[in-house]
Write a protein that binds this ligand. Structure first.
Ligand SMILES: [Zn+2]
Length: 136
């Protein structure tokens, strides 16, 4: 289901609760909402659609991914970049890493660890920040 994008900064500043298998439908809603906004948006976190759980969705070079309880466990090569966000006006500077190693769960709650680089890594870092209540 396509959901409305939340812009309430006080709501978005909360740290997300861990996701559980009961939250799988939130991942579907994130994908539906992301697809509806794909001309202007490459990633969403669950709090942006009003659910304060640790779930993110992003466009990985044309493939839509959902991660439950994502966690960055390793970073490499820091850089600065200007970013925008569906929940904020304008662009802001962010510190990101070119390569990240992420531990996460898939829809079936199996655990995975994967390395991401470049733009996809940047999107994931932005969305994981949302799960910590951090806005750029
Ligand atoms: Zn954002």
């Amino acid at each position: 289901m396509i959901k409305e994008i939340i812009k309430d900064e006080a709501f978005l500043a909360q740290v997300a609760e861990p996701a559980t298998p009961e939250d799988v439908s939130v991942g579907d809603d994130l994908i539906d909402t992301l697809k509806a906004h794909q001309h202007e948006c490459v990633g969403l976190a669950a709090n942006m659609i009003g659910v304060n759980k640790s779930i993110i969705a992003f466009n990985n070079e044309g493939y839509f991914w959902v991660m439950f309880n994502p966690e960055i466990i390793k970073t490499n090569k820091e850089y600065k970049v200007m970013e925008g966000c569906m929940s904020l006006d304008g662009k802001r500077e962010a510190t990101r890493y070119k390569t990240i190693k992420v531990r996460f769960q898939m829809k079936d709650f199996s655990s995975h660890t994967m390395v991401f680089k470049g733009y996809t890594a940047q999107i994931i870092q932005h969305e994981i920040d949302h799960t910590k209540g951090i806005l750029i």
